[in-house]
Design a protein around this ligand. Sequence first.
Ligand code: ADP
Ligand code: MG
Length: 200
Amino acid sequence: MAGIQVKALVTAVADTIAAHAEELTALDQAIGDGDHGLNMKRGFEAVRADLPALADKPLPEALKAIGTKLVMTVGGASGPLFGTLFMALGKELPPEPDRVSLAAALARAIEAVAARGKSQAGQKTMLDVLFPLQAAVAAGTSPAGIADAADAAAEATRPIRAIRGRASFLGDRSIGHVDAGARSTALITRAVVETLEKSA
Ligand code: ADP
Ligand code: MG
């Protein structure tokens, strides 16, 4: 992928996070501490500010730099987790990924997130979107289908009782709310998918 595409991807993701920051904050207010929107916005605006340097890097190097920046700037529980996701993707992806190599890299990167969070699917976290997202890519689902699957997976965190993250402190009261990190993961997924589709 050329520099232009890294730029388009970063811009699309930062734009969607900025546009939905209040929604993410509201979700985190319901069952967390209400900082997720600000955390994510701060992180992706820092990544956007790095674009002049990022855009010249091959995709794997750009992803590693994005992950490092997210760890430094997002904060909270989600910063190290999103940082791990992007850093691991940078480590696993070839410079010109196809669907098969993307599915394999995603699987490894998601494993790294789960290890870092000591978490697994079904605990009302970003992993509840990441696993179905990887499965959709591996199955050859259409781009629109992948984005829809991520949205549906985020919505499907609503009835779950949180087992990880701050929401777990609420026990049964975490039931009935969408997980903020799951929603931001779905937003990032749609932005990436739509950007890749446009440039295909
Ligand atoms: P904090 O919880 O420290 O305030 P954020 O609000 O930025 O951090 O992020 C919260 C999100 O992080 C949750 O909605 C959840 O998706 C994700 N999260 C928290 N802990 C874990 C974990 N152990 N494993 C996976 N995801 C987690
Ligand atoms: Mg929070």
